[in-house]
Ligand binder design. Structure first.
Ligand SMILES: Nc1ncnc2c1ncn2[C@@H]1O[C@H](COP(=O)(O)OP(=O)(O)OP(=O)(O)O)[C@@H](O)[C@H]1O
Length: 230
């Protein structure tokens, strides 16, 4: 229940093939880390699961419409929108963009601002924030969607220790509420703390399972092209 099933998925950007027959099961109500070297296909896999990139073959089964937190560098800082309005956009899935926010919507928005500790900057424009502050606003927006499937592409990239801790705590909280989480990360210590791990290389799934069984010294050395440690 609540799992994501990826069956023999192929995907391309124009003529460039980026996923080659990828099959995986992402367990429900668990945190799955998606790891691999630059260009391995991690974002492409999330794009396919989010429905942003249509597979050229194969299929994906989701438990529900996902909330997708992309990297903050992909969101224009020039948007004339406040942090609170950014988080409020997360409620559109529930009420549509033109309906008034309900009392419940406002409570969820306040809670998400609090969880990421951005209440004090809620009225500032997104474009006037640091990269890390903007990233926190985007994670808060993802949480505000209250989807049963949360996809995050490197949500902690460039964040300070406190912000990383806040994100980890927020993800722990929603996982315990039954949300299925997929998190792309370059931090193998973060991946080690996940319930499940997918290791990608050159658009293929190299291994899946508990992080310790996936991230063996040999696989890490091969996937990242670095000397074997240990
Ligand atoms: N919009 C695009 N158009 C063409 N090729 C793309 C596009 N986006 C990604 N690619 C290519 O697809 C391949 C997989 O990229 P992807 O972004 O999925 O990798 P990634 O594992 O998320 O990498 P990173 O760790 O650098 O974020 C790469 O070869 C990349 O150059």
């Amino acid at each position: 229940m609540n799992e994501v099933t990826v069956r023999d998925v192929h995907a391309s950007y124009g003529p460039r093939k980026v996923l080659h027959g990828l099959t995986a099961v992402v367990p429900g109500a668990r945190l799955t880390a998606v790891v691999g070297a630059n260009g391995a296909g991690k974002s492409s896999l999330l794009n396919v699961i989010a429905g942003v990139l249509a597979p050229t073959a194969g299929s994906v089964t989701n438990p529900c419409r996902p909330a997708y937190v992309t990297q903050h560098s992909e969101v224009s800082g020039a948007l004339p929108i406040t942090v609170r309005a950014t988080v409020a956009m997360g409620r559109w899935a529930h009420r549509g963009p033109w309906r008034r926010l309900s009392t419940k919507d406002k409570a969820v928005i306040d809670e998400c601002l609090e969880r990421l500790d951005i209440t004090s900057i809620a009225d500032r424009r997104l474009g006037a924030l640091s990269g890390g502050q903007r990233q926190r606003a985007l994670v808060a927006q993802g949480l505000a969607q209250q989807s049963g499937l949360l996809l995050l592409d490197e949500p902690a990239a460039g964040l300070d220790l406190r912000a990383r801790t806040l994100i980890d705590e927020a993800l722990d909280a929603v996982r315990s509420e039954g949300v299925t989480i997929m998190r792309v990360t370059h931090d193998l210590a973060v991946a080690d703390q996940a319930d499940h791990c997918l290791l990608l290389r050159n658009g293929h799934l190299v291994a899946e399972g508990p992080p310790r069984s996936v991230l063996t010294p040999d696989r890490v050395a091969e996937a990242w092209g670095v000397p074997r440690v240990g």
